[in-house]
Write a protein that binds this ligand. Structure first.
Ligand code: GDP
Length: 504
């Protein structure tokens, strides 16, 4: 009998969401510094001039054999074990990014206080909001002249539709930054670069703080837990100002790993002794000499023990989990033990698909499938060498199962169209087709489209036109790719009873 422990309760598993350049990397670095993982800032992404620190970083990457900057970071801080799941920035934007948000218990939203809410923050926030997971906001770059704090908070509430609860409040900004006022402890935390307090700046902030104390939102933990209120912090990641306060407060309110629904409407609790987990990401090793892939697995319940046998819910296959990698940054051994909330990396030779559930013991557990996302970029795809159809089809099928891209097929006929939410997905697909399946593919860009799923019962082949391509998705369900909003509206007028559905 496997023992259960309460160890999972000290796990904090989250992702940082932000628009590129808002300061996600810099904040991550600061968190790692606080966790004692790295010694000096400027190490992530090989930025900065400090050689020793960056070689530390490289060493971590090498030891793990995977790119740290695109996966999972684990470290201990203040009695908690923290798992940060990376959601790659702008250029790397993909369905992977979205799916990673399915494996976290909370999110930290970093916003540039000179810019406010930017498009990518909004896109990522929407996904987080749909899952109703707690979001904590960090307005960054307070050491620079930014927008008024009230203005930023107001925009946050209006554009994202979430209540904001300031936990601290800036006293000045940029050149005039005096500090932040801790509204919980009711005290000023002085900015270290400020020698003498500027009284007029301080007085102005004081008026705002009084206003907040009287009329501002009060912290409501229930609302935070359901993602209806976001605690808001101000600070500067680069100056390491307000970061520690943020981290401590965040850890106070961040949720521990919670239950997860199965396809038969059960909930698996984290203290359930049966080991259960799901695959949320598959990362291929880009090195052609190593064909292996790593399946990123989030543990939902029970304890992981190296070498344990599990069943893959999709096909009943039994697997022994011996070839595992860990993400703990300051230990070098292979992982021995992990608990709910933790992420393990399983070296995979083709067993896993995105969204797969695994479980130990006899009781079959299958979690609800990961959501499909509505792609908006599309490419028609063809094999360069028509003689190599077999490997071409094999490659497409496997890569689609891994979630690299989405596949659509014309309703009548053999035409393949690939869909993605980020351009990089196509590049990865093309690269891997060539490298792993020896199949050169040609893309014919068909541009942006609006994909909408329809009920198979509403299907009428007359719906197919050059402005509304009727396709089937991987599961065979009908989907229409509209040329633009205009053609979608036109269609909706013509077929008022047909429900057009977007995925997440
Ligand atoms: P990411 O794209 O969100 O990961 O952003 P980075 O962490 O790479 O930061 C983008 C740029 O903003 C870099 O030049 C950082 O040095 C800078 N930056 C990040 N945080 C701060 C901050 O608090 N203050 C200032 N002035 N610059 C910052």
């Amino acid at each position: 009998m496997v023992k259960t422990t309460n160890e999972y309760k000290n796990r904090v598993t989250f992702a940082i969401i932000s628009h590129p350049d808002a300061g996600k990397t810099t904040l991550t670095e600061q968190l790692l510094l606080h966790g004692g993982v790295i010694r000096q800032a400027g190490t992530v992404k090989g930025r900065g001039s400090n050689k020793m620190a960056s070689s530390d970083w490289m060493a971590i990457e090498q030891q793990r054999g995977i790119s740290v900057t695109s996966s999972v970071l684990q470290f201990d801080y203040a009695g908690k074990r923290i798992n940060i799941l990376d959601t790659p920035g702008h250029e790397d934007f993909s369905e992977d990014t979205y799916r990673t948000l399915m494996a976290v218990d909370s999110a930290v939203m970093v916003i540039d206080s000179a810019k406010g809410i930017e498009p990518q923050t909004r896109r990522l926030f929407e996904i987080v909001a749909k899952r109703k997971i707690p979001v904590f906001t960090f307005f960054n770059k307070l050491d620079r002249d930014g927008r008024q704090a009230f203005d930023l908070v107001d925009e946050l509430e209006k554009t994202l539709g979430i209540e904001a609860c300031p936990m601290n409040w800036p006293v000045g900004s940029g050149q005039l930054l005096q500090g932040i006022y801790d509204l919980q402890a009711d005290k000023l935390i002085k900015y270290s670069h400020t020698k003498e307090l500027d009284q007029s700046v301080y007085d102005e902030a004081q008026t705002e703080i009084e206003l907040l104390k009287e009329a501002g939102n009060k912290l409501d933990e229930d609302k935070v837990m359901y993602g209806r209120q976001t605690p808001v912090f101000f600070g500067s990641a680069l100056a390491n100002f307000g970061v520690e306060q943020f981290l401590n407060e965040y850890l106070k309110y961040a949720p521990a790993p919670s239950e997860k629904p199965t396809i038969d409407q059960q909930e698996i609790q984290p203290d359930d002794p049966q080991f259960t987990a799901f695959v949320f990401k598959i990362q291929a090793n880009m090195n052609p000499n190593h064909r292996d892939r790593i399946a990123f697995v989030r543990i939902v319940s029970g304890n992981f023990v190296k070498g344990m046998e599990v069943t893959l819910a999709r096909n009943g296959k039994k697997l022994k989990l011996s070839n595992v990698t860990e993400f703990l940054a300051d230990e070098r051994e292979n992982i021995q033990n992990a608990v709910p909330g933790d992420i393990i990396g399983l070296y995979d030779t083709g067993n896993f698909q995105i969204g797969d559930s695994i479980f130990s013991g006899k009781k079959r557990v299958e979690f609800e499938p990961l959501p499909t996302f509505t792609p908006d970029l599309f490419n028609r795809v063809l094999a360069k060498d028509v003689m190599k159809q077999k490997t071409y089809h094999k490659g497409i099928n496997q890569l689609v199962q891994e979630g690299t891209v989405q596949l659509f097929q014309s309703w009548r006929g053999q035409e393949y169209i690939l869909g993605a939410v980020g351009q990089l997905q196509f590049e990865v697909f093309q690269f891997r087709m060539a490298n792993e399946y020896n199949s050169q593919v040609i893309f014919e860009p068909i541009g942006k489209k609006i994909a909408r799923w329809i009920d198979p019962e509403d299907l009428d082949e007359k719906m197919n036109s050059s402005r509304s391509l009727l396709m089937r998705d991987r599961k065979g369900d009908p989907v229409i790719l509209f040329e633009n909003q205009f053609s979608l509206n036109w269609f909706a007028d013509k077929y008022p009873n047909v429900k057009l559905q977007a995925k997440l």
